[in-house]
Design a protein around this ligand. Sequence first.
Ligand code: SF4
Ligand code: SF4
Length: 420
Amino acid sequence: MDEVKLINCMRCGMCLPHCPTYRETFLETASPRGRVALIRKVTEGELDQSERLLEYLALCLDCQACASACPCGVNAGELVAEFSCEGKAGQGGLNFMEDLILRKLVPHPDRLETSMAPLRLYQRTGLQKLVRHLGILKMFPKPLARMEGLLPALPARPLRQEISEVTEAIGPERGSIGFFLGCVMSLIFSDASRATIQLLSALGYKVITPKNQVCCGAPNMLGGDLAGLQEAARTNVEIFAGYEVDFIVTDCGGCGAELKKYGHHGAGEAAAEFSARVRDISEVLALHADELALLLQPLALKVTYHDPCHIAHCQGIRREPRQLLKLIPELSYQELEAADACCGSAGTYNIARPEMSDRILQRKLDTIASSGAAVLVTSNPGCLLQLKKGLAEQLPNVRILHLTELLLQSLRAPVALKPS
Ligand code: SF4
Ligand code: SF4
């Protein structure tokens, strides 16, 4: 643990109103300042790592809203994650389940895709509808029932299996993009990633999607598996080094934030070069805003935007998505109150800490309702899952789309927006 990062906290409290868990509890120990102080005390040997202390730290969503607010550059979310990784290493590493998921499943796209087949069958056979109708899930352990409730309709096939490795540019070629397929985007939100590729192609980019790329490693980081994250970084850096591309683009906020940090994970100069070429899709599309504006057709919709933490706080991208939405003729853009406040998804947080996650989600749903928007746009799979479920339960008339899905709808207009 880098002690300099800990002593940088001058205890001003400017981060407090931005921290979702502090807003819900008003507990100092559930605030960024409190978490930094707890880690510092343990690091300096003044405090033992009690269960209670670990619980306060585990309540952190790693949303990094505190980092955006801190005048001293302290990132409490990142410090908590680092502290957990070090703790895990000190306890002798991963347990059986963690090893199974983080080492034997997540880094292998084929296995991940196979593991989703039973769920696809569960939906296709109508079993899901029956199970939900009969309320059978109430008899299952709560985390399982919650996971099931978050599951949207799965595509017939993961995008990785469906698309060709090269998508040619439409018209004169301006350059090449290496497309990073996030696991959840490919497995669940394949329509959005297909839209991403089509938009890039329409703007004159040849899009190369290496089929052997692996998960970005964010689940390893979340699970305290630094070695697994480093292995993911090495593999992806090596794979993309085999292609001459101008940018490596992702439409997943979580992947983008992780890929941009590869250079810090000790994977050498090649990793730093890789990270320097990584862009969120909104960054690349915004480079060509003038041309895109000429291609977009009117969509008379009231739209609002939720900033995913991994895009706004971790990557500092706020202007581009809004700029792109405002390019769509006749679209009425309504800024969301506290648009960059976490939605409570945070990886597996919504399963592990359902009560806190629901409280945080409720605040977000209330702001969406006040906005009066008919469409909510965001660009991170975790947010899409969490908000899709919340909207279905409380605001069924509000549709949720990935940024690229809405832009593609406009590119293809005058076709009416598909009902969700
Ligand atoms: S983390 Fe930053 S904003 Fe929060 S109390 Fe410390 S110095 Fe102030
Ligand atoms: S990362 Fe989010 S939840 Fe964690 S301390 Fe910072 S603001 Fe609070």
